[in-house]
Design a binder for this molecule. Structure first.
Ligand code: TXE
Length: 480
């Protein structure tokens, strides 16, 4: 059951108006399969209205806000998010099936994105460029205009914070298409943004199906920048659609991120990261560490200790704050089960199993496999479930080749005390982020994030996102 929500979750927010949609969809609670609410099934016509409303905001008040004024709105929004952390946590936990503690961390991160971009935007400076005699040359950072944001269901609050937060800070007007499986916190965020003083139309929300509302937004000629997080296949379609309008796209498409444990690793320090980076959010994390590469001299020790940790994990409904909640929907559950069922050739090191007493949610067991060959399907494809493989290696070169040997390159980490090796591998690993003796560094809002290869392109988070959500103008004045 949903708590009382201060808006009708079946409505769309367009141009500051909460409007009845032309059609609705059922929103399901992944923890028990029950119906949570009806949500809008946005159409191409409604996306069109939202893009127009965003353009109207740019043609109106929103463009007159100074950087400091936009920063103030975002800072207020961050404060409102903090005041509503428990409510947002409840919504996200019900909607995504995310254990309460993990949902709360996302709500706090959303506030932090608003604070960070609110505080950063009036410190973003242009350049003056030494040039020919008689010229003064400088650069201006300007918003793209209308930005489209297609957000998945796994971390709605964090992904909205990092993309919509940065886009608004730079003065863009946004059309947000949350995932059909999880859109309540997107709507709540927009509701709070209104309270924070964001002008009508600067943020519009059109929930709906990907192939309908998402596709309409991706191909809309009135959109000047797109940011997409999701699957490789859909990302490629979004890029193609945007390409037809010659519009820049930021794509974040997940990965097969390795942690490399060398013979001198501090296993005591590494262990929680090795396990939790794979199991957080039931493995439905773009930067999940699904491959653990271990020097063969430490294989038995790592396998035993990770196995013990797996057996201690509890799987359950999100509101009981388990270690591992359900997957988002039946499709994802079936997809992960197909990976598990198709891996009967692999040795299972440990499992956290599903109790028969669980309600009818989308649960899967958490499973640790090893030793696994680097070219096995489970070591190559993104599973997006609580599944990890341990891959033994002998030499540093072999570890690098295995780590770099997938189509992806989002995050990698190295566990070693050898400083020279740390520096060498930080350069050799093909990855958007490299962590040394940690994994994820606490998810820092300040740290630029994005991938290479099939993990996507463009960077979100940190100052880098402010560059991504703006365009650079060079002004050359001749004064003699
Ligand atoms: O993703 P989709 P799905 C990966 C993960 C997962 C797989 C499938 O491996 O198992 O993708 O998940 C919208 N035009 N990730 O099917 O389809 C859709 O409505 C425009 C990794 O959920 O990519 C949703 O808002 N938009 C990942 C968003 O795209 C479209 C997070 C993501 O959906 C569209 C999620 C279309 N034609 C899944 N079709 C990560 N990187 O964190 C769908 N959408």
């Amino acid at each position: 059951m949903l708590p009382d929500i201060p808006f009708d979750p079946s409505q769309l927010l367009i141009g500051g108006q909460w409007r009845d949609p032309s059609d609705t969809l059922a929103l399901t609670n992944p923890s028990d399969g029950s119906d949570l609410a009806r949500i809008a099934k946005g159409t191409a016509a409604e996306v069109d209205l939202a893009v127009q409303a965003a353009q109207d905001a740019l043609d109106g008040d929103w463009s007159s806000f100074t950087a400091a004024e936009r920063g103030r709105v975002l800072t207020r929004l961050g404060q409102l998010v903090l005041e509503n952390v428990e409510f947002l946590t409840t919504l996200e936990s019900l909607d995504v099936g995310k254990p309460t503690t993990q949902a709360r961390a996302d709500a706090v991160a959303l506030a932090r994105y608003c604070e960070f971009y609110g505080g950063a935007v009036d410190k973003l400076l242009g350049q003056t460029i030494p040039y020919l005699n008689g010229y003064t040359v400088y650069t201006l950072r300007e918003p793209h205009g209308v930005t489209g944001h297609i957000v998945p269901w796994n971390y709605p609050m964090q992904i909205i914070g990092r993309s919509v937060g940065a886009a608004l800070a730079m003065g863009n007007a946004c059309v947000l298409k949350p995932a059909e499986d999880a859109c309540l916190t997107a709507l709540m965020f927009a509701y709070l943004a209104e309270q924070a003083g964001l002008p009508a139309g600067a943020l519009n929300v059109v929930p709906g199906l990907g192939r309908e509302a998402g596709a309409a937004l991706a191909g809309h000629p009135g959109v000047q920048h797109l940011s997409f997080t999701g699957s490789v296949a859909t990302g490629a379609m979004v890029q193609q659609a945007a390409g037809a309008n010659v519009v820049p796209v930021t794509l974040e498409l997940g990965g097969k991120s390795p942690q490399i444990v060398f013979e001198d690793a501090d296993l005591e320090a590494a262990l929680p990261f090795l396990v939790n980076a794979g199991l957080q959010n039931a493995g439905q994390t773009c930067s999940a560490s699904s491959r653990i590469l271990v020097h063969s001299s430490r294989f038995d020790e790592v396998a035993t200790r990770m196995g013990d940790a797996y057996r201690a994990k509890r799987i359950g409904p999100a509101n009981t704050d388990p270690d591992i909640g359900p997957l988002i929907n039946a499709t994802q559950r079936d997809r992960v089960m197909a990976f598990l069922d198709g891996a009967s050739d692999l040795p299972v090191l440990a499992e956290a199993s599903i109790s028969p007493d669980l309600p009818q949610g989308h649960y899967v067991p958490a499973r640790l496999f090893g030793p696994v060959k680097p070219d096995h399907r489970l070591a190559q494809q993104e599973i997006f479930g609580p599944v990890q493989v341990i891959i033994p290696f002998e030499t540093e070169d072999e570890a690098v080749a295995i780590a770099n040997g997938t189509d992806y390159g989002l995050v990698a980490s190295i566990w070693t005390k050898d400083g020279a090796r740390q520096m060498r591998l930080a350069k050799r690993l093909k990855s958007g982020q490299v962590f040394i003796n940690n994994y994820g560094a606490g998810g820092g809002v300040e740290l630029p994030f994005g991938g290479i290869g099939k993990s996507g392109h463009g960077r979100e988070k940190g100052f880098e996102a402010l560059y991504g959500f703006s365009t650079l103008k060079t002004v050359a004045a001749f004064h003699g």
